[in-house]
Design a protein around this ligand. Structure first.
Ligand code: PRP
Ligand code: MN
Ligand code: MG
Length: 181
């Protein structure tokens, strides 16, 4: 469609919702990390927006690095195969690492990344995700910071894609059925 907004069935979270919650999370995170040298690890590509807004909401300086991982290919279901497309530039041995993610759905991506990063011997490893789906509750992932628990539906916008599209939407919403067909 000409306007991305026309492809949404419903807006779940507005810009204000998202930014307001990220401010709160940043405050919480800073209370825990102000005396530590935290390394934020963003998971490309979905986490770009969350990272950009979350890191600016932190009152002090923080290092940032990126990992590119893909498990979804072009569909709406996880393929079950996690691949590292780009590894960290930083040696995280003895570092306090905070993973920044857009969404935990099946939990496959983060449980894999978590195990992978833990094997490198960080001083600590925590997770901050903007969104979490009900399915994520079934997997054992210790997620210290969660923005919103959302219902089971395929969501796009604010970094989240469908077939690489809609990442640049300012809001987060569900896709209208006509988009899939
Ligand atoms: C999406 C999303 C999360 C992951 C969550 O990434 O950004 O990283 O899926 O799903 P899961 O909990 O079921 O593993 P995707 O693999 O689509 O790559 P992308 O970030 O480049 O869109
Ligand atoms: Mn992702
Ligand atoms: Mg994706």
């Amino acid at each position: 469609a000409e306007h991305m907004g026309d492809d949404l069935a419903e807006v779940l979270l507005t810009e204000e919702d998202i930014h307001g919650r990220l401010e709160e999370l940043a405050e919480e995170v800073w209370a825990d990390y102000h005396d530590k040298d935290v390394l934020l690890v963003g998971v490309l590509k979905g986490a770009i927006m969350v990272m950009a807004d979350f890191m600016r909401a932190l009152p002090g300086s923080a290092e940032v690095d990126w990992m590119a991982v893909s498990s979804y290919g072009s569909g709406t279901k996880s393929s079950g195969v996690v691949r590292i497309l780009k590894d960290l530039d930083t040696d995280i041995t003895d570092r306090h690492v905070l993973i920044v993610e857009d969404i935990i759905d099946s939990g496959l991506t983060l449980s894999w990344i978590r195990t992978n990063l833990l094997s490198r011997g960080p001083a600590s490893l925590e997770i901050c995700t903007l969104l979490r789906k009900p399915t994520a509750a079934k997997v054992e992932i210790d997620t210290r910071y969660v923005g919103f628990d959302i219902p089971e539906a395929f969501v796009v916008g604010y970094g989240l894609d469908y077939d690489e599209k809609y990442r640049n939407l300012r809001v987060i919403g569900t896709l209208a059925p006509h988009v899939y067909s």
